[in-house]
Design a protein around this ligand. Structure first.
Ligand code: AP5
Length: 222
C-alpha cells in the first residue's frame, strides 16, 4: 500500500529539512517542486527559464506547468510506494490535480502535516539558510551549521545561498503563501488528514512527531 504525505507550511517553516530526514527514515521518495525547478534552472531547460522569471519575484510558477512536472515525477516507478511531497500542492487547482492523479493509482493523500512558525522566525531562518549545491541538503548558520563552513556534511559539496532568499523576495513569498497556499489548510482539514505541528521546536522534535504520525497512518491501514 502506498503512503503520500504532503508537507504544508510557509517558506522557512522547515518542510525541506524534514522531508529529507523523513525520506531517509521511511524509504519514501522526497519530491520537492522547488528542487525540481532548481534542477531545471541549473540545466537551463525551457521550463527552468520560465520558472526563474517567477521564482526570482517570489511568485508561483503557473499551475499548468507545475502540475505537469509533478505528474511526470510521481509516475516514475520509485514513487509507486508513495512520496513525501514538499512544496506541492500550493494552490487548490494543484491540490485537485494531485487528488485526481492519485485516484488514478487507487491512492490518496494520507497525511498533511502543517508546519508553522511566526513570521520573524521564518525571516530569520531564510536569511541564514545555506543549501548544498549537489543534493539540496539544508543548513542554517546559527541553528543547524555544517561541521565545516561552506561544505555539506553529507556529500562535501559547496553550500550556497538561494537567490530567492533576498529579503524583498522573502517578504513576497510569505505573502503569496498566505494568499494562495493557506486555503489548503481548510481543504485538507475537511478531508481529515491535517496535522498541525509547531515548527519552532528543535528539528529532531519535529521529526519525531512526523515519524510517529506516518507510522500511525501506515499501521491503521494494515
Ligand atoms: P520552494 O523551494 O518550495 O521554497 P518554499 O516553499 O518557499 O520553502 P523553503 O524551501 O524556502 O522553506 P522550507 O519550509 O523548506 O524550509 P527549510 O527546511 O529549507 O519554492 C521556491 C519557489 O519555487 C517558489 O517561490 C515558487 O516560485 C516556485 N514553486 C515551488 N513549488 C511550486 C508550486 N507547487 N507551484 C508554483 N510554484 C512553485 O528551512 C529553512 C531554514 O530553517 C534552513 O536554514 C534550516 O536549516 C532551518 N530550520 C529548519 N527547521 C528548523 C528548526 N526546527 N529549528 C531551527 N532551524 C530550522
Amino acid at each position: 500500500m502506498s503512503t503520500y504525505v504532503v508537507l504544508l507550511g510557509p517558506p522557512g517553516a522547515g518542510k525541506g529539512t524534514q522531508a529529507k530526514i523523513l525520506a531517509r527514515e521511511t524509504g519514501l521518495v522526497h519530491v520537492s517542486s522547488g528542487d525540481l525547478f532548481r534542477e531545471h534552472l541549473s540545466q537551463q531547460t525551457e521550463l527552468g527559464k520560465l520558472a526563474r522569471s517567477y521564482m526570482d519575484r517570489g511568485e508561483l510558477v503557473p499551475d499548468e506547468v507545475t502540475i505537469q512536472m509533478i505528474r511526470e515525477r510521481l509516475e516514475r516507478p520509485d514513487c509507486q510506494a508513495g512520496a513525501i511531497l514538499d512544496g506541492f500542492p500550493r494552490t487548490t487547482v494543484q491540490a485537485d490535480a494531485l487528488e485526481a492523479l492519485l485516484q488514478e493509482h487507487h491512492a490518496r493523500v494520507d497525511l498533511v502535516p502543517l508546519i508553522t512558525a511566526p513570521l520573524e522566525v521564518l525571516v530569520d531562518r531564510l536569511g541564514g539558510r545555506w543549501t548544498c549545491r549537489a543534493q539540496g541538503h539544508v543548513y542554517h548558520e546559527k541553528y543547524n551549521p555544517p561541521r565545516q563552513p561552506g561544505r555539506c556534511d553529507i556529500d562535501g559539496s559547496e553550500l550556497y545561498q538561494r537567490d530567492d532568499d533576498r529579503s524583498e523576495t522573502v517578504q513576497r513569498r510569505i505573502q503569496v503563501y498566505f494568499e494562495q497556499t493557506a486555503p489548503l489548510i481548510d481543504y485538507y482539514r475537511q478531508r481529515g488528514v491535517l496535522l498541525e505541528v509547531d515548527g519552532t521546536q528543535p528539528i529532531e522534535a519535529v521529526t519525531a512527531i512526523l515519524l510517529q504520525a506516518i507510522q500511525a497512518v501506515r499501521t491503521a491501514r494494515v
